[in-house]
Design a protein around this ligand. Sequence first.
Ligand code: GAL
Length: 326
Amino acid sequence: MSASRPSPAAPRRFIEPGQLWPDDRGVHIQAHGGAVVRHGDAWFWFGEDRSRDNDPARRCIACYVSRDLVNWTFRGQVLRLADPENIGPEWILERPKVYPCAQTGKFVMYFHLDGRLPGHWSRYSVARVGVAIADAIDGEYRFVRSFRPLGQESRDIGQFIDDDGEAYLIFESRPTKGFFIARLTPDRLDVAEQVAFVAAPIEGGAIVRHDGLYYCIGSHLTGWWPNANKFLTAERLAGPWSEPRDFAPPETATFGSQSTNLLKIVGTKQTAVIYLGDIWRPYDLPDSRYLWHPLEIGGGQLHLEPRGWMPGPWSIDVQTGEVAYA
Ligand code: GAL
């Protein structure tokens, strides 16, 4: 074995919120603002790869695979894109979400594409979604196009795949002061129709369906700085949606994290819903951490560690759905 090759990391037993999270190579996972999707008998985690040695002209999306949600194997940078719409050197690609498509057998990635419009003050004035496609879930994604979904400005995006397989894009819309839920077309390459507009200025949106009720989470609009994230409920995706409420003690600012995804694990003994959040390090983004933790959910209530303690190490038996705490 070559002396320069890093030795494989020992298997880990627990997910440790807020800590460095080494992959199979022993390298801190680079999948910020991401989401986890199930495919076959494995889970795939996609996110912003902010590695320090990335080509500064490109924006990279990394993919990892796991069978236990604790140990993740790096599958590579599945997207290494150079400014696809000639936005300029500061162009932005954030919050990738991948939808497996049953109709075409392809995999479609959505992401937040942004940058400064000529003469505009904001680095986030382009406000579009980008779409890329691949033949394999961890394959190479090819850029297809970008657009404004429903003709609206779109910044943070979120993903929801319902139990019936329907796929939705959630996107924050600054001018309308709220967020949209839009159904995707069967080939996943376009937005088919608006399902809901929710007049709550929330980003980092994510949805899960649990016991016949939809739960949506998201954060306030405070950039990289954490705030008290909120949740809303509805009996139908189209609404009406409840008023936003806290799901973590507000003084903890969601334990320093921001929502990015909700992951439902349906086990033989119980169903677990896991909050996936980012702990951003604004002055050193590659060092940003993750806060993943099971939620207490049911009857219209949602809690992330209601005792107010910083969530500690935990693991899940993905067969039974049972959670264990260290
Ligand atoms: C946050 C957003 C992040 C990133 C950041 C930049 O509000 O959730 O994805 O865009 O702003 O300041």
